[in-house]
Design a protein around this ligand. Structure first.
Ligand SMILES: *[C@@H]1O[C@H](CO)[C@@H](O)[C@H](O)[C@H]1NC(C)=O
Ligand SMILES: *[C@@H]1O[C@H](CO)[C@@H](O)[C@H](O)[C@H]1NC(C)=O
Length: 344
């Protein structure tokens, strides 16, 4: 069996079935689309987005990649939760239409994914508009090391994410809580990348002796961005609009105002236990759960107190995978017997 893909895709192709490689997009009415559809829908896009589509299609390509990575991360973070970040259109489009915690996470991680993908494209030299970030070169260090290498140009990625993600929402109407909430969560997502840049260094010199050490700034791992936003999801702040409709204030006087990095929501989430078409909740019937766990992902919680069934199943999986230079993975198919527990 052959699994083909570019290096960066490798990991995803092995873990996720091909059918979810489709892409969601949250522009206008949120929809699930493929890369080309983003610009084909251009009449419905706001000015700035339309301009990017027309003049910088290569940026749109990176935007699409960013959204895809964000989707994968969302599904990873919520794999054992009642809401599992499913991309089924009948669910996601309804989730994104309300200002719940779940929508907050999706907006934030997507904006973060776009920062990430565009910045990475700059570092890889895929874009003409940007290069590595060399602005630190002239800044003095303690002498043990110096700035060099190719720094991630996160400011460019941040800027493009802002232009693209916030475009439609810029036209503020008085008291439009949805707009304020979405703009806030987009920014929280971008901050989760930009504020957590790391320093990466390399030693030069004969056989690893560190006579010269150069360092550059690199983005955090996207998994860390996902973890951080997941924490913000758990600690999200419920907000209401101020009297003049210009900014958000926490509901209840005692709660401290949300910071730029916090996720905010203004509507309570549906109960994801039961199917609810109107709210886009699919219910947890048929979800796989862990009978030995009392926490998240355990059958007690995931099945919402309903019983569960056990079944022996034979599964096929990729095994003995070898990575062939470049860029192909060749796997064998193995069979395994496993007990599957699913919510009734
Ligand atoms: C997510 O949950 C739905 C039902 O709640 C299920 O049909 C789907 O397979 C789940 N997706 C993943 C990736 O687990
Ligand atoms: C749950 O289902 C199992 C069979 O799968 C059954 O033996 C058990 O009695 C059920 N438990 C309850 C509380 O209904």
């Amino acid at each position: 069996m052959r699994v083909q893909g570019v290096l960066i895709g490798l990991y995803f192709y092995l873990i996720f079935p091909a059918n979810i490689i489709g892409l969601w997009w949250a522009v206008g009415s949120p929809l699930v689309m493929d890369t080309n559809s983003i610009c084909r829908k251009t009449r419905r896009l706001a000015g700035k987005q339309r301009a990017i589509c027309r003049k910088e299609p290569e940026i749109v390509e990176e935007v699409a990649k960013g959204a895809k990575v964000a989707l994968m991360e969302c599904q990873y973070q919520f794999r054992t939760r009642k809401w599992n970040c499913t991309t089924l259109r009948r669910s996601l489009s309804k989730i994104l239409r309300r200002d719940t915690r779940e929508a907050a996470f999706v907006y934030a991680i997507t904006a973060a994914g776009v920062v990430y993908a565009v910045t990475e494209a700059c570092s890889m030299g895929r874009l003409l508009q940007c290069t590595c970030d060399n602005n630190l070169r002239d800044i003095a260090t303690d002498g043990e090391w110096e700035w060099g290498g190719c720094g991630d140009n996160v400011d460019f990625g941040y800027q493009k994410s802002r232009e693209f993600m916030d475009a439609r929402r810029r036209k503020r109407r008085r008291g439009d809580v949805t707009t304020l909430v979405q703009l806030h969560n987009n920014e929280a997502g971008r901050q989760a990348v930009r504020k957590y840049m790391r320093k990466e260094c390399k030693c030069h010199g004969l056989s690893g002796s560190c006579t010269l050490k150069t360092c550059w700034r690199k983005m955090p791992l996207f998994r860390d961005v996902g973890n951080r936003l997941k924490q913000k999801f758990d600690g999200g702040s419920k907000v209401i609009s101020s009297n003049d409709g210009k900014y958000l204030i926490p509901e209840g006087d005692t709660i401290k105002p949300p910071s730029k990095e916090d996720l905010v929501y203004s509507e309570e989430s549906p109960d994801f236990c039961r199917r609810n078409k109107k709210e886009g909740a699919l219910g947890t019937r048929g979800r796989e759960c862990d009978p030995t766990s009392m926490g998240v992902g355990g059958c007690d919680l995931l099945c919402c107190g309903r019983n569960y069934s056990k079944k022996q199943v034979t599964i096929k999986e990729n095994c003995n995978c070898r990575f062939m230079w470049c860029c192909e993975v060749i796997c064998e198919t193995c069979q395994k017997i496993k007990t599957e527990t699913r919510c009734l």
